[in-house]
Design a protein around this ligand. Structure first.
Ligand code: CP
Ligand code: NVA
Length: 332
């Protein structure tokens, strides 16, 4: 175990060198193997971590809590309704209070700038559990899953992301894939593509790593990839009115069997939650209003044998453990 990233916040992929970014995957794989073999070493004994969520979560919250438990750390969860932050207490004040009581803070929220403010004012490492701009803990899980499901090194592996690419998932996949030397294809309507500055920095990182970046609105961008990713068409915090526009724009980019066939042998990935049938409230609304059974992905693809979404979800825990151990770990 090397502690080269000790004391570091984890706010966005671009805060790390390509080599540092890849090192998280090796650490996560090591921690996962130790966990499965029942020989986990507790590097976080006695550490205290605040989990601040302005938005809902299943995987991210559970991953932080379970990983912390496995490693001997204590967590305190602040949910969107039960703390003062943002309502009558400023982010700076909350940060200074939490910094006195905790060794690190996880934050999921509406604005990336809040995560940066927390890091600035708290004096302790802050881990980004999703903001509008980036979802870096998800990226480690996605990359580890692709590494596990590919017979080739990541530097020879390709993936496409189809869907809303101007928000956290599209931006993060573009940058993370480029940093890992992957062949990255962002396939989205022009109005939902990542901003030019993000594409440019991803291209710079790909130049360093030997990866490549393609941004296109043509579906042929998915052809021949090893993995096909998508995400919900309307993200948390967006207004309900966004659905009409998003469905109209993204219907051609829906992951159905025809798109999977066009990709070739690709495995299907999704950060989850996914609207893949009409058994949920959102799924039912999508069926009633737009006549779609499943939204961004059809039920057959989601449940099909090329779907690796639950391996991906499990890897959230192992990779989030790596984020905490890298930053706060000490030898027992
Ligand atoms: N993928 C993801 O971040 O899931 P949660 O919203 O459930 O945390
Ligand atoms: N883009 C989605 C990701 C959920 C994990 C959202 O922000 O809601």
């Amino acid at each position: 175990m090397d502690f080269a990233l000790n004391g570091r916040s984890f706010l966005r992929e671009l805060d790390f060198t390509n080599a540092e970014w890849a090192s998280y995957l090796d650490l996560a794989a090591e921690l996962k193997a130790a966990n499965k073999a029942g020989r986990e070493v507790k590097y976080l004994e006695g550490r205290r971590i605040a989990l601040v969520f302005e938005k809902m979560s299943t995987r991210t919250r559970c991953s932080f809590e379970v990983a912390a438990f496995d490693q001997g750390a204590h967590t305190t969860y602040l949910d969107p309704a039960s703390s003062h932050v943002g309502y009558k207490e400023s982010v700076a004040d909350t940060a200074r209070v939490l910094g006195r009581m905790f060794d690190a803070i996880e934050f999921r929220g509406n604005y990336h700038s809040t995560a940066e403010q927390l890091a600035e004012w708290s004096g302790v490492p802050v881990f980004n559990g999703l903001t509008d701009l980036w979802h870096p803990t998800q990226m480690l899980a996605d990359a580890l899953t692709m590494r596990e499901h590919s017979s080739k090194p990541l530097s020879q592996t390709s993936f496409a992301y189809v869907g809303d690419a101007r928000f956290n998932m599209g931006r993060s996949l573009l940058v993370s894939g480029a940093m890992l030397g992957m062949d990255v294809r962002i396939v989205a309507p022009k109005s939902l593509q990542p901003p030019a500055d993000v594409v440019e920095v991803a291209r710079e990182r790909a130049l360093q790593s030997g990866g490549s970046v393609t941004v296109t609105d043509e579906l042929e961008g998915v052809e021949g990839v090893d993995f096909l990713h998508t995400d919900m068409w309307v993200s948390m915090g967006e207004p309900a009115q966004a659905w009409d526009e998003r469905v109209a724009l993204l219907k051609p980019y829906r992951v159905d069997q025809a798109l999977m066939d066009r990709a070739g042998d690709a495995k299907f990935m999704h950060c989850l939650p996914a609207v893949h049938d009409s058994t949920t409230e959102v799924g039912k609304q999508v069926l009633d209003k737009y006549g779609l059974e499943g939204c961004e992905v059809t039920p057959d693809v989601f449940e099909g044998e090329r779907s690796v979404v639950f391996d991906q979800a499990e890897n959230r825990m192992h990779t989030i453990k790596a984020v905490m151990v890298a930053s706060l770990g000490r030898r027992p």
